[in-house]
Ligand binder design. Sequence first.
Ligand code: GDP
Ligand code: CA
Length: 332
Amino acid sequence: MQITVLSGGMGGAKFLQGLLHAQHTGLLPDGEITVVANTADDIWIHGLKVCPDLDTVMYTLGDGIDLERGWGRREETWSAKDELAAYGVEPTWFGLGDRDIATHLVRTQMLDAGFPLSQVTQALCQRWLSPIFGNGVRLLPMTDDRVETHIAIADAEAPSGRRAVHFQEYWVRLRAEVPAEAVVVVGLEESKPGPGVVEAITEADLVLLPPSNPVVSVGTILGVPGVRKAISATPAPVVGLSPIVGGSHVRGMAEQLLTSIGVEVSAAGVGLHYGPRSTGGVLDGWLVDSLDADDVARVEAAGVSCRAVPLMMTDHDATAAMAAAAVELAGL
Ligand code: GDP
Ligand code: CA
């Protein structure tokens, strides 16, 4: 079975671990997994190209992630960051660890030499994914083009009363503590799907939307021109798992961003926002947490098969069971 997963960073990566665990323990049959990852969180920092979601997926599956933080390298040190701060170089709020910097150096050098991000990612994955999975797990950036999410926040000193900050600044420096007034994904409309992205969707046996941020992770992937068309064209069932449990986002900032785009912060709200594939949406099936069992009827009434199962990714077994429930809901 070929499974394609449209992933953000931490939520997506954790789900992917569970999916692989389900395959390794025989809960699900073996098969190839293609990850189409969000690149709209990408940022240039100190002349380096940083791709947080690609790296979180790569480090998590490659067993190099810092498990406590959920991002960056394990056993990290921060000398370069401290040295840059000692020079007074801005920004100082972005965590660039010494080990992590090696990844960004390799990436930036390859980009400077003219390689597209997709090829750079493949080269980085030679170290992290190939030794473990062979060709069984592929990581594809959603696009090779520069796409960046910016968040509009209130600013009394700006002539318009608003100012836009890069998504990373909103999340890391401002900790998503001020309201997001709008989400603007710069470059998205002009972007093209990365090599293999459309085929990964149209040739899959199953397409999964993991519990990733519906606005700035899955939302941006779906916004790459051609991706929605591939989703409506694929013969594969498309099943999503709610990132909202009991009306809250578990971790992250999905609540703030859903509110900013006018989507109800609930499992049903996100499911209905994605919408049924039969009427131009992206879902055939939607899993909500057991806490949200009352949401099932509303989602089904809209034409999306829906079940309530435990959706907290507390450990590999719990997450593997979520992946198996998604496969079952797809009727596979
Ligand atoms: P990011 O790029 O690191 O923000 O990661 P993603 O976009 O992949 O996923 C973040 C989202 O995953 C969060 O906003 C949460 O809504 C969701 N999430 C995190 N942990 C859990 C969990 O245990 N269960 C569920 N259902 N959702 C979760
Ligand atoms: Ca992200």
